[in-house]
Design a protein around this ligand. Sequence first.
Ligand SMILES: Cc1cc2nc3c(=O)[nH]c(=O)nc-3n(C[C@H](O)[C@H](O)[C@H](O)COP(=O)(O)O)c2cc1C
Length: 201
Amino acid sequence: MQKPDFNIEEVNKIIRGRRSMFVAQFKENDPIDDAIIEEMLENANWAPTHKLTQPWSFTVFSGDGLVKFADFQANLYKERATKNGNFIEATFQKFKENPLKASHVIAIKMKRDFRANLPVMEEIAAVSMAVQNMYLTASAHGLAAYWGTGGPTFWPEAKEWFGLGDEDMLMGFFYVAKPATDSWPEGRRKPIEEKVEWVKG
Ligand SMILES: Cc1cc2nc3c(=O)[nH]c(=O)nc-3n(C[C@H](O)[C@H](O)[C@H](O)COP(=O)(O)O)c2cc1C
């Protein structure tokens, strides 16, 4: 294969310009074409992966599928919170309504392949890189998107609902929508110099 003709200025621009945008910034009832979501997923599939285990997999909710997911997480919240005596109606409503404000919600799943004998850290890292590829693709399309790890992410019942085994992991949800405005969020980072130690000679 011939060496690709990459454009470093474009790469820097998209990596540094990528942003999270949250539900409050979503344009509701204006779905994104599935083709764009497929492009995001295709790019996710090109993440690096030790021993080629490709531990990422995804469940994409759109249309009435969003209602299915919203009802599932709201009802599960209700069941768990009622049992624990800490049910809050507003939280229940948020679980029921937030997915419907997105165009697509993508459940992020990590599936273990024990034949590869890899530490779990490596598989979580590979899935995270797949999510970064989705993030970059969404931002390049000017879309609003974020990775959320709230709600059912850490609930064992949700893991089961998604057909994941004990050693697999539900790693959260990637919410995607068209943005409600043209403005783009400012980035906030401490300088890289504070996080790097060089050893030269
Ligand atoms: C593993 C992971 C989990 C996250 N979970 C949440 C979350 O549960 N809720 C949320 O609002 N943002 C979540 N985020 C997004 C961060 O809030 C966001 O990346 C941060 O504010 C920096 O903004 P930026 O992505 O625009 O640079 C998560 C990000 C990562 C990498």
